[in-house]
Write a new protein. Sequence first.
Length: 213
Amino acid sequence: MKRKISFIVMLCLVMIVSLTGCVKVVEIGHEDEVTGTKRFDAAGSVEAIWQSQAVPELKEKAVDLTKLLTESNGTLQSVAGKYGKYSMGTSGELSFIVKGNGKVTEINTEKRAGYMSVQLEGYSGPIAVKLQIGPVFKGSAIRDSLSFIKYEDYTNQVDWAKISQSIHDVVAKDVIEPANVSSLMGKTVEFTGCFTVDKPDEILVTPAELIVK
């Protein structure tokens, strides 16, 4: 009886292999060698354009934040056509490229999404200005503000999200870490960066450049 069952099992296995063809075991991370599809390298893509394209464009297009807040008079949507960029053409999330100077009044590293509060030079209005310092960065303001990064150029939503994450990785490594933010309390900083309109009483800038004065 046992021999009969073993024979039946062996026969089934032979039939399965015959129907499906050869079975090849592929090591994880080497799938592209079999499929011929090259894995998307978001980090490499961002590194290639950060200093040569991204930072120069942001510095060229940045509007003075004090001017922006004063001119908008509490309603940033009112100056969207002049200074901003929507994520979906004329709708979606509204982002701005800005620059400014300010005194650091708070450094919050207790939260993973850390930030520095800045008293913006020349501005005494009600809107709080904060600079993201990570290690977790909220939103995708820098990605969505750059003119040469477009959703339709990427295969899917996952790759699109990886671009934003890779930008934040570069910001953490090239902008935040060299500034030694834990030592900036009371000091004046000059920044260039982007923010997406969210809360009416607060803006959260992701810095692409941070200079300690």
